[in-house]
Write a protein that binds this ligand. Structure first.
Ligand code: G6P
Length: 616
């Protein structure tokens, strides 16, 4: 999962490439590089190990690299260590073909061996260099044009890729291709852009084309021409991006993560408003945009939720809500497991893929497997036009807007909201929730944004508490039911950005191992928002306290007797308990954030992680 960007027009390319890459750093940030061509001359290639700022310094913010046609790349290493040598762009001899790539070429070793037998030499350990030299090989051997040489390479390679390539003999042109890795093309007044994601080019244009799977394009100052794998020209609709560039800027916050935590109330309100309507009998849910008619919902016998990372944790919370409100059995799978299991899917089942990016490789593969087995699929996705959104039978778009911090907050929150809305509507269609109950539930959901504001208002207390525990070795999160799902997300937030080891445990499982890890002063966070499970979880908290744990309790206002057991308590406003995750997750996001800040870490770009995991 790397970021690629390219541009061609009349303006200097290098400053734009660096600016575009700065918006894609969330995709990878261990090295970066650009290749820029001035007229018919050979490209100037500059690469640097480390963050983008090293490349910016090396090129005087791009001003020392002349030319108006170029490609750039920010890397998250898969094949070969992060180094200048392995950084992109890669090229064939004498700059014949120069390119950048996002994805993984699975059969790169076999292709590399073949190319070595044909006399090619390799400068790096990357699979990308193999792809570029394969294009070079076909281009020269068969004296093909760029499109045919790329198409032949696409047939030969296995894996995923978004490629942007320049050919020595075609100055003023960039060629791109994609399979399973995201890529968009933008056009505006004689300037043409390509990028892995919208924020990279949003400052320059709002008019974009979504290039499809196994498609290619030729970019010139006049725009883009699209081709299928047979080399035939194909037409694409131009789409206008509605959200503004500001949405992808920090807007006065120190980190994107903090900005995005504060954006949750609006993101949630927007997502509710996208399907909630008011009629004669009160508020109701309209899933017309999902093209999911009531007759179809009535027949759903099982739900399979499949996702990765935080989206998987949404699935765990959603399971309880679906089973309770819609009485449909739910299984929740990690996409990376689902795709390699013998699946005995019920033909009347519904596979729900949850994904912020809509590009996560395992989730996309899981979706395709579900479709191949003939089961209906529904995607809950944030990025419009992403692969998962395009391929699923039905799409529920979360309206979180662009999320930049690697650790998700507002996308997670809108995914929860989408799952509540689906569960309510499914329950209603099945005759389990009458119109009055639906109205009541929607009305309660509509109070969540204000309640989240209140939780955020209390952030100073959490900052103080986080500073006290910033040097912890281990932190444990406990809960039952929905509180267990909240614990899983709280624990992930903690470890991914603060690098403090943390684990979430179903509170009842504690005695089967974890309790032996409790030492004097170990921080244990007990989540207790579900009244029927409250006493049981508090008992488990007392058990760890008697082994020396320091207890933080997280519960709703009113449950003040928790103070008899916990050393520190965070209260959230009362809400319908099905929706408790939406409120309880916020203090845990803030806790992870402040521990990371206290430890002086790069909150938005945690080490070794990337936001969009487009490789397996
Ligand atoms: C990465 C991100 C997580 C995210 C997961 C799934 O690990 O850092 O925040 O939950 O991918 O991504 P998706 O885009 O499919 O929701």
């Amino acid at each position: 999962m790397c970021g690629i960007v390219g541009c061609i027009g009349s303006k200097p390319a290098a400053p734009m490439l660096l600016d575009g890459l700065s918006k894609l750093e969330y995709r990878g940030y261990d090295s970066a590089g650009i290749a820029v061509r001035d007229g018919e001359g050979d490209p100037v290639v500059v690469k640097a190990k480390g963050r983008l700022k090293v490349l910016e310094e090396k090129t005087n913010n791009g001003h020392s690299v002349p030319g108006s046609c170029g490609i750039g790349h920010t890397r998250w290493a898969t094949h070969g260590e992060p180094s200048e040598r392995n950084a992109h762009p890669h090229m064939s001899e004498d700059y014949f073909v120069v390119g950048v790539h996002n994805g993984i070429i699975e059969n790169y070793q076999e292709l590399r061996d073949k190319l070595i037998r044909k006399g090619y030499q390799f400068e790096s350990e990357t699979d990308t260099e193999v792809a570029i030299k394969t294009i070079d090989y076909y281009y020269k051997k068969y004296q093909m044009g760029p499109i045919d040489a790329i198409a032949k390479t696409m047939v030969r390679v296995r894996g995923s890729y978004a490629l942007a390539v320049m050919f020595k003999e075609y100055p003023g042109e960039i060629y791109v291709a994609r399979k399973d890795s995201p890529m968009i093309i933008g056009v505006e007044d004689g300037e043409t852009y390509v990028a892995s994601d919208v924020p990279a080019i949003l400052k320059y244009t709002r008019n974009v084309y979504y290039i499809g799977n196994l498609e290619m394009a030729r970019l010139t100052t006049e725009g883009a021409t699209f081709y299928n794998l047979d080399g035939d020209v194909i037409e694409k609709p131009l789409t206008e991006i509605k959200w503004d560039a500001e949405a992808a800027e920090k807007g006065g916050y120190e980190h994107f993560m903090m900005k995005e935590i504060h954006e949750q109330p609006k993101a949630i309100a927007d997502t509710i408003a996208s399907v909630a309507r008011k009629g004669d009998q009160g508020k109701y849910i309209d899933l017309e945009t999902l093209e999911l008619p009531e007759e179809v919902i009535k027949d759903i016998s099982r739900i399979y939720i499949v996702a990765c990372g935080s989206a998987y944790h949404v699935g765990i919370a959603a399971q309880y809500v679906f089973e309770d409100l819609a009485e449909i059995p739910v299984t929740v799978d990690l996409a990376s497991e689902f795709r390699y299991r013998k699946l005995l899917l019920d033909p009347n089942g519904l596979v729900v893929i949850i994904s912020q990016s809509g590009e996560t490789a395992d989730s996309l593969a899981a979706l395709r497997i579900a479709k191949e087995s003939g089961v209906r699929t529904l995607a809950v996705v944030n990025v419009i036009g992403s692969s998962i959104a395009r391929e699923a039978d039905h799409v529920f778009y979360t309206l979180a807007g662009p999320e930049i911090a690697v650790a998700t907050t507002k996308a997670y929150s809108t995914q929860l909201i989408a799952s509540y809305l689906l569960a309510i509507q499914f329950g209603h269609v099945k005759g389990l929730l009458d119109a009055a109950r639906v109205d009541e539930l929607i009305t309660e959901m509509e109070t969540l944004p204000d309640k989240i504001e209140k939780v955020i208002d209390d952030k100073d207390r959490l900052q103080w508490f986080a500073a006290k525990f910033a040097n912890e070795k281990d932190i444990f999160f406990l809960g039952r039911g929905i509180d267990y799902a909240i614990s899983m997300e709280g624990s992930l937030k903690m470890k991914e950005i603060s690098y403090v080891h943390s684990e979430a445990y179903a509170a009842g499982e504690l005695k089967h191992g974890t309790i032996s890890l409790i030492e004097d002063g170990t921080l244990v966070v007990g989540v207790c928002t579900q009244s029927d499970l409250y006493e049981k979880t508090v008992s488990n908290m007392v058990e760890v306290k008697s082994r020396g744990a320091y207890l933080m309790g997280l519960t709703s206002y009113g449950n003040y007797n928790i103070e008899d057991s916990a050393d520190f308590v965070v209260y959230i406003p009362k809400t319908d308990e099905h929706f408790a995750a939406s409120l309880a997750v916020v203090p845990l996001q803030l806790l992870g954030y402040y521990v990371a800040v206290t430890r002086g870490l790069d909150v938005d770009k945690p080490r070794n992680l990337a936001k969009s995991v487009t490789v397996e």
